[in-house]
Design a protein around this ligand. Structure first.
Ligand SMILES: *[C@@H]1O[C@H](CO)[C@@H](O)[C@H](O)[C@H]1NC(C)=O
Ligand SMILES: *[C@@H]1O[C@H](CO)[C@@H](O)[C@H](O)[C@H]1NC(C)=O
Ligand SMILES: *[C@@H]1O[C@H](CO)[C@@H](O)[C@H](O)[C@H]1NC(C)=O
Length: 273
């Protein structure tokens, strides 16, 4: 946050939303929405000297999930008079529907974020029920009545050929859990479940994906879906990138890739905001 403000000479608001597992879905998202709703008021923007026509929403990893969803909400809700000029999403997580995409398979054991760890953390965002992570591991957590949504995250149609490689598409298995989690149909959890007409209203978008990241395909699929909806998307794919690289910007081992990502991010904002 401070480096963004210094490098851009912009007003940067970081949101200290409450965290799972103490505060489960949708509390963190609602915290973010209420801060954004407050900040987007004319008198508050004026107080901080912010130009209402140059607002960007941004986040990385689970912050990217929240940023993507809040941008969808602001752009689609007439209650918000001040709209967003740009969104910048860095290796965002964008769906919990299908967790056997090529990137989940290729990066099952990390680096940084293993599939198992991501599933554990993702489930704790929803429940303490141990049956859920077990089902998610097998990609059989989706409830009855959810199959119509699969096309919105179908990687066999939405991923560029290069990333599909030789992986074989299998649909998530539905109706296996005794307790059903309708939350998996909710686009507030999975911004990729937004409809095309909701996506059409999105602003100029910047997405960074990393090759060595289980969440890679979420970002790549969002690029496809946004472009299909005629949204102007800039996309940088970091071939040697790992999930969370920004966080390791100051650790010598990962120094260079973290700095490269942060430079790309800042440069894009300088040129486009
Ligand atoms: C996913 O896409 C493939 C085509 O690549 C198609 O055969 C399959 O029916 C689709 N599945 C769903 C559930 O949308
Ligand atoms: C679902 O409930 C049945 C019957 O109570 C039980 O045998 C089964 O183990 C349960 N399955 C899961 C995944 O919890
Ligand atoms: C997309 O946005 C960029 C940066 O603002 C702009 O230069 C470009 O003309 C836009 N492209 C389209 C097709 O609108």
């Amino acid at each position: 946050m401070p480096w963004t403000a210094n490098k851009l000479g912009a007003v940067v608001v970081g949101i200290d939303y409450r965290l799972a597992p103490q505060y489960q879905f949708p509390v963190p998202l609602e915290d973010v929405i209420s801060v954004v709703r407050f900040f987007l008021q004319d008198n508050i923007l004026a107080k901080y000297g912010v130009d209402p026509s140059r607002i960007c929403i941004s986040g990385d990893s689970s912050g990217g999930t929240l940023a993507a969803k809040v941008t969808q909400l602001v752009q689609n809700d007439p209650e918000f008079k001040n709209k967003i000029k740009a969104q910048a999403l860095i290796y965002p997580g964008l769906q919990g529907v299908d967790v056997l995409m090529p990137s989940h398979r290729q990066n099952e054991h990390g680096p940084i974020l293993s599939r198992d760890m991501a599933i554990k953390m993702g489930c704790l965002y929803l429940t303490k029920d141990k049956a859920l992570p077990q089902a998610v591991r097998e990609n059989q957590h989706m409830p009855h009545g959810s199959r119509h949504l699969f096309k919105l995250v179908n990687w066999s149609t939405l991923l560029p050929e290069k990333y599909r490689r030789n992986h074989i598409y299998t649909e998530p298995i539905i109706g296996k859990l005794n307790s059903s989690y309708p939350v998996f149909l909710d686009s507030r959890l999975s911004p990729l479940l937004a409809t095309d007409s909701q996506l059409e209203k999105l602003p100029l978008t910047y997405i960074i994906t990393c090759e060595h990241d289980i969440l890679r395909d979420d970002g790549l699929i969002y690029v496809s879906r946004l472009r299909n909806a005629a949204v102007n998307v800039s996309h940088d794919h970091i071939e040697d990138g790992i999930h969370g690289a920004l966080f390791f910007m100051t650790t010598p081992f990962y120094l260079r890739v973290g700095i490269r990502i942060s430079d790309k991010y800042i440069n894009w904002l300088e040129e486009n905001l």
